[in-house]
Design a protein around this ligand. Structure first.
Ligand code: PRP
Length: 213
């Protein structure tokens, strides 16, 4: 049988995930010195415990849904946008930020009845948010630096991730309304959860007892 595999979102969530594994007393040198390798082994006292697969956020969900990875660490932002069939078992408490509706400082977004255009990397989250409000808006998908869209006159506002708020501030934008809090989540493939219950539950409870919430 192959080792248990955890798909880990590269970048922002990677370091916090490694810190969590460290606090569990696991050996993470392979991840820290990974070079360009994408599959790394994590051990406990020299005995391999699981493999870590480094992937982009949306791909973490794909690998877990298909069962080629048993577990995944991914942001609630990606889960909210992509959806999918898996168990979301733990809020890992790191990678905290929020989705917000933001627009040019000092403008009243909700005033008047004209149609509005929203730019976002997260069209599904945006559609659901305005759907809940009963507002019909046009949505334009942008791949990055969404803050540019209202500055260039492409949209009235954006729905995007806000962490420190500096990107908004430095570009003359402000939060109009919070949409949803975000943090990293541990997800599990539904079939793997049954087939390898004992091993997976041991990892989940190991992680849970070392969370700094
Ligand atoms: C994210 C997000 C904001 C910024 C928010 O972008 O889309 O632009 O971080 O962080 P802040 O509130 O601390 O300023 P990211 O850095 O992932 O780049 P991208 O927009 O080009 O994808």
């Amino acid at each position: 049988m192959r080792p248990i595999r955890i798909a880990l979102t590269k970048g922002r969530l990677e370091k916090d995930s490694v810190n969590l594994f460290d606090s569990m007393g696991l050996e993470t040198e392979a991840i820290k010195n990974k070079g360009r390798r994408l599959i790394l082994s994590v051990s406990d006292a020299g005995v391999p415990v699981f493999e870590v697969v480094l992937a982009k956020a949306a791909d973490v969900i794909t690998y877990v849904e298909h069962g080629v990875c048993d577990l995944g660490v991914v942001g609630k932002d990606t889960i909210a946008e992509s959806g999918g069939s898996f168990y979301e078992v733990l809020d890992l408490g790191f990678g905290r930020c929020r989705f917000a509706l933001a627009g040019p400082k000092g403008t009243d977004f909700f005033a008047g009845y004209h149609s509005r255009t929203i730019a976002s990397k997260y069209p599904n989250v945006t559609r659901a948010y305005f759907g809940r409000k009963g507002m019909d808006v046009g949505i334009i998908k942008i791949e990055g630096s969404v803050e540019l869209a209202p500055l260039l006159g492409l949209s009235d506002a954006i729905v995007d991730i806000v962490e420190t708020g500096s990107t908004l501030r430095e570009n003359g934008l402000e939060v109009i309304e919070e949409v949803m809090p975000i943090s990293a989540r541990l997800i599990v493939n539904m079939a793997c959860m049954k087939l390898r219950k004992t091993e997976i539950e041991r990892i989940i409870s190991g992680m849970e007892s070392h969370l700094s919430l």
